[in-house]
Design a binder for this molecule. Structure first.
Ligand code: UN1
Length: 507
């Protein structure tokens, strides 16, 4: 386990940090067990309220300094962060794989997303553009500026334990904001490793303590962040249930939130699809990361004329999957995050059966050598109708539902007929179908793809979705605007004070 040492991880770690400084706290010890082999990797100490308040005070003071650093200079620090990640890519990718359970390729891919968002943010640090407008009054000028917001609270999930933090921090930092991050209590060591990497970069650049803060803990710590009027923006990734609680708490104090919640993503497989290509898209989408991406493919909506052929090809492909240690690159599917996730997976299969789902590839928990952690499960496939309660619900596991359709309009209705709205795709070589799918009468999701699957979005686009997915956008495009406050400025350079809307006011 060289990577643990390379990342500076100890058996017991302080969990709270404002940068180079690690703060003692009296919170509970969170133990991190690997789903790969069930071994204890290490522990961290959660934050208590008093220590949390110290972190907020430090971050508040740091913001006053950091916001005055020119944005391109902040970008230069983020560039160096990207360089540090390039050096640590192998070690951090292994930690992600070992602590979270995704394949090593995907662990490395996640660190690559961090590197990519740093590159994106560096360029952006010279492009935080506002518009200029023509004033209706003579000798006046109007324009808008984007100013830093303050502290950004980041609540991230176990499934992307490092990348989601970096999407938020890389943008926040170039925007002049400071961050307080609460990683998932299921992947606390990923949090420690990232904080150590950034602390080194910040120290070299004399960035004040408090620009990158880490707090550890469960729901209670998330509630402190959500209710804290010192924190103008909370960016939360996780379940819809968690998102609703964060959203309500932040809205009650009229703060802002960016919510990136559950998906129930479908691929429409048309009769005009390249079926071989569609198999790869569907397979990776459904079983990649053991079905634990918010963009994982949960439903396949297949045209009746190709339904049986596709079903057979897919079931064959499932037989080829090797399930096991995700650090061994010959395996396709690793474990679920923990035994609670296994229970939810089994519960969903049971409920599916009760509600009328017919399993054509059976699920189950794997036992025996290599599966000692109890977290390895078989990816499974069920034939269903879209209205089953279990199909309407996001289960974070490799359970794939097949649904049959007759017309493209019906397929789009089925695709949209769930409470969530994150990612969607159509496999077709027919341009009328693909254009309809992408039109305003088409997919209602934040992400809509043609001839690729639902997962694996690039960082350059805005990432997020509609309806119960929460409406937030992170990462690329102009998602940065959510991390800043817009100010409209009107300048009068004349000798009169004309009022807008033609109002005359004399004394
Ligand atoms: C998530 O699952 O929360 O599009 C993020 C993807 C990845 C990000 C997923 N780039 O699958």
């Amino acid at each position: 386990m060289d990577f643990l040492q390379q990342l500076g991880l100890e058996q017991e770690n302080a969990g709270v940090s404002t940068g180079a400084e690690w703060l003692p706290s009296t919170g509970e010890k969170i133990q991190s067990f690997s789903p790969v082999d069930g071994r204890l990797i290490g522990s961290v100490t959660a934050t208590d309220k008093e220590t949390y308040d110290k972190v907020v005070a430090k971050a508040t003071a740091a913001f006053k300094e950091w916001r005055m650093v020119p944005a391109p200079r902040r970008g230069e620090v983020v560039r160096q962060f990207g360089e540090a990640l390039r050096e640590k890519k192998e070690a951090l990718g292994k930690l992600v794989s070992y602590e979270m359970g995704k394949s090593l390729q995907e662990g490395l891919g996640e660190v690559q997303e961090m590197i990519d968002i740093c590159d994106f943010a560096v360029g952006l640090s010279r492009q935080l553009y506002g518009l200029t407008m023509h004033s209706e009054r003579p000798l006046h000028r109007m324009y808008e500026q984007w100013h830093p917001l303050g502290i950004v609270g980041i609540i991230s999930a176990f499934n992307f334990p490092v990348a989601v933090w970096s999407w938020n921090t890389a943008l926040s930092w170039i925007c002049g904001d400071v961050c307080i991050w609460k990683p998932s209590e299921k992947t606390p060591l990923c949090g420690i490793a990232c904080q150590k990497i950034i602390a080194e970069v910040f120290a070299k650049n004399n960035v004040p303590e408090g620009v990158s803060c880490l707090v550890q803990g469960g729901r209670e710590v998330g509630e402190w962040l959500s209710n804290d009027t010192n924190i103008p923006l909370v960016s939360a990734t996780g379940s819809t249930r968690m998102g609703k609680a964060v959203s309500a708490a932040v809205a009650a104090r009229l703060g802002r939130s960016i919510l990136e919640l559950g998906g129930n993503n479908a691929i429409i497989i048309s009769q005009h699809a390249d079926l071989d290509m569609s198999i790869i898209g569907a397979l990776f989408g459904a079983v990649g990361t053991a079905g634990q991406r918010c963009t994982s493919t949960r439903r396949l909506i297949i045209h009746e004329s190709v339904y049986d052929t596709f079903k057979e090809k897919l079931a064959n492909a499932y037989q080829q999957l090797s399930i096991g240690d995700p650090l061994d690159t010959k395996n396709h599917v690793g474990p679920l995050i923990d035994k609670d996730a296994v229970k939810l997976y089994l519960g969903a299969i049971e409920q599916g059966k009760q509600q009328g789902a017919t399993f054509i590839v059976e699920g189950g928990v794997l036992e025996g050598a290599g599966y000692e952690s109890g977290c390895y499960v078989k990816p499974c496939i069920a034939e269903v109708t879209n209205d089953l309660a279990i199909v309407q619900h996001e289960t974070f596991a490799p359970i794939l539902y097949l649904i049959k359709y007759k017309t493209i309009e019906e397929a789009i209705e089925l695709q949209n007929g769930v409470p969530q709205g994150l990612s969607s795709a159509i496999m077709t070589l027919n341009i009328r179908e693909s254009e309809l799918f992408l039109s305003h009468a088409g997919s209602d999701c934040g992400i809509a793809n043609v001839n690729i699957g639902t997962s694996g979005a690039e960082i350059g686009g805005a990432f997020g979705g509609e309806k119960e997915t929460g409406g937030g956008r992170e990462s690329g495009s102009d998602a940065w605007k959510a991390y800043m406050r817009r100010q409209t400025n009107t300048m009068n350079w004349g000798t009169q004070l004309p009022l807008a809307q033609g109002i005359k006011f004399h004394i």
